[in-house]
Ligand binder design. Structure first.
Ligand code: 5GP
Ligand code: ZN
Length: 114
């Protein structure tokens, strides 16, 4: 946890939000500006930033967030139709929030988008 991090503040309840899911490693919220009918953010509880600084323990958290995303894709009913998982890293990706997170995007055809 660090100061002035939007996602840490959301998790700690300093900024109101609806947490759809949480476990020991991550939590899930709806993206405030969805680009598709389903656009969720799977966010590690630990304030992780960039992959190049990850420890082995941090990489284990990635396993958890992908598993949570997989489970939500199933429960949201988009596992068969398909979905996109995206992790943005730094400026050229357009990353806005420097607390690593996985976008789960689906619910319509994304071909040719992004
Ligand atoms: P990034 O561009 O860093 O990969 O993704 C950050 C995402 O966080 C964006 O899609 C943006 O819409 C979303 N976002 C920014 N501020 C908030 C917020 O206050 N609440 C929620 N739920 N999502 C946010
Ligand atoms: Zn953070």
């Amino acid at each position: 946890m660090v100061g002035n991090c939007l996602f840490c503040d959301l998790f700690q309840g300093k900024i109101p939000s609806t947490i759809l899911y949480r476990d020991d490693d991550c939590f899930i919220i709806k993206d405030i500006n969805p680009v598709a009918p389903i656009h969720l953010l799977v966010i590690p509880i630990k304030h992780l930033t960039y992959l190049e600084g990850f420890s082995d323990e941090d990489f284990a958290v990635l396993s958890s967030i992908f598993k949570a995303a997989r489970d939500f894709a199933i429960s949201e009913g988009i596992s068969d139709s398909g979905y996109r998982l995206t992790i943005n890293q730094k400026e050229d990706s357009g990353q806005q929030v420097p607390h690593l997170h996985l976008h789960l995007i689906g619910g319509h055809n994304l071909s040719g988008i992004g």
